[in-house]
Design a protein around this ligand. Structure first.
Ligand code: 15L
Length: 267
C-alpha cells in the first residue's frame, strides 16, 4: 500500500463499481466520489460527492489524498455541453486541485476513442498522433494533453490509460480486440500506482487478447502483465453475432459504434 488515501472518481459508474472493492488493497482509505448520492461508505471508505465542473467541490474532493484514479466524467459520445462540463472543465479542475493540494500521481481514464479513427487492420503505438472518432474522444485527447502540461510544468505524473472496453465480458466481435477485464484493469492501475517512475505515460488498456490493434510493449516499462484474454469468449460471440458488413464505418474503424453515435458522418 503505497498511498494512504486514494481517490477514485466515477465511483458509481460501471468501471468504478468494479474497482471499488479491488482498490482497497492499494490504500488505507479509499475515497469514493461521484456526482450524486450512491449510498453509504463501507469499511475503509470515505465518500465525497462532487460535480467535476465545480472547482470548489473538486478541491474538497482532492484535498488530503495522495493519488487519484480518475474514472469520472462522461463515458460515451453525446451532446457537447455535458462533455465540456465534465471532461474538459472537469479535468482542468481536477489537475488544478492536484497541483494546489500536492497530489503527485494520477491514473487518468483516457479511451481508445482518442485513436478511434485508425482502422481495425492498423497497428498503432502510443506515439501515433491522436485521431479521435467523436467529441468524447476529443475530450479525452484534451485530458491527455492537459496532464502532459501538468507533468512538464509541475511534475505531476499521469498514466493516460486508453481503456479499450472494460466490461465483465466482451459483448461483440469488436470487443474481442478491445476488451480489458476488470482484474486486468486493476492490475494495470496497480502497476501505475506502484512503479517507481511513471512520468507521463500513454498506455493502451487491454487484456492479453489474440487480436490486438495496439503495439503495447511500453506497458512492460511500468510492470503491467495482463492475465486475462477475450479468446475464451470468441466462439460464443461468433455464434451469436452476424457477419460484419465491411462497408460499415463501425466495422472499418477501431472506434466501432462511436463513429456513428453522435455528430453526423457527412457535412
Ligand atoms: C469507451 O470509452 C466507453 O467509456 C465505454 O463505454 C465503451 O463503449 C468503450 O469505450 C468501447 O469502446 O467499447
Amino acid at each position: 500500500k503505497v498511498h494512504h488515501t486514494l481517490l477514485l472518481t466515477g465511483a458509481a459508474g460501471g468501471v468504478g463499481t468494479a474497482l471499488r472493492e479491488r482498490l482497497k488493497a492499494n490504500c488505507e482509505v479509499l475515497r469514493l466520489s461521484a456526482r450524486s448520492d450512491f449510498g453509504p461508505a463501507r469499511e475503509g471508505e470515505e465518500i465525497v460527492l462532487a460535480d467535476l465542473a465545480d472547482a470548489a467541490q473538486v478541491s474538497d474532493m482532492v484535498k488530503g489524498c495522495q493519488a487519484i484514479v480518475h474514472m469520472g466524467g462522461v463515458s460515451v459520445e453525446g451532446p457537447f455541453d455535458p462533455i465540456l462540463q465534465s471532461n474538459i472543465l472537469g479535468v482542468y479542475n481536477l489537475y488544478e486541485a492536484a497541483r494546489q493540494h500536492g497530489v503527485k500521481r494520477v491514473i487518468f481514464a483516457s479511451s481508445n476513442h482518442v485513436t478511434g479513427f485508425y482502422r481495425q487492420n492498423e497497428t498503432i503505438t502510443p506515439a501515433h498522433p491522436p485521431r479521435p472518432d467523436s467529441l468524447y474522444g476529443v475530450s479525452k485527447a484534451f485530458g491527455e494533453d492537459l496532464s502532459r502540461m501538468y507533468f512538464d510544468r509541475y511534475g505531476i505524473e499521469t498514466a493516460c490509460v486508453r481503456i479499450g472496453s472494460s466490461f465483465a465480458e466482451p459483448k461483440d466481435r469488436r470487443m474481442l480486440a478491445s476488451w480489458l477485464s476488470f482484474d486486468d484493469l486493476h492490475r494495470l492501475i496497480t502497476a501505475c500506482l506502484t512503479t517507481p517512475v511513471l512520468g507521463h505515460s500513454i498506455i493502451f488498456g487491454i487484456s492479453d487478447n489474440a487480436v490486438a490493434w495496439y503495439d503495447n510493449d511500453s506497458v512492460r516499462t511500468i510492470g503491467y502483465r495482463p492475465k486475462d484474454s477475450s479468446d475464451v469468449f470468441r466462439d460464443a460471440i461468433y455464434a451469436r453475432t452476424p457477419e460484419p458488413d465491411l462497408s460499415d464505418p463501425c466495422v472499418q474503424f477501431q472506434g466501432g459504434g462511436f463513429l456513428m453515435a453522435g455528430i453526423p458522418m457527412t457535412a
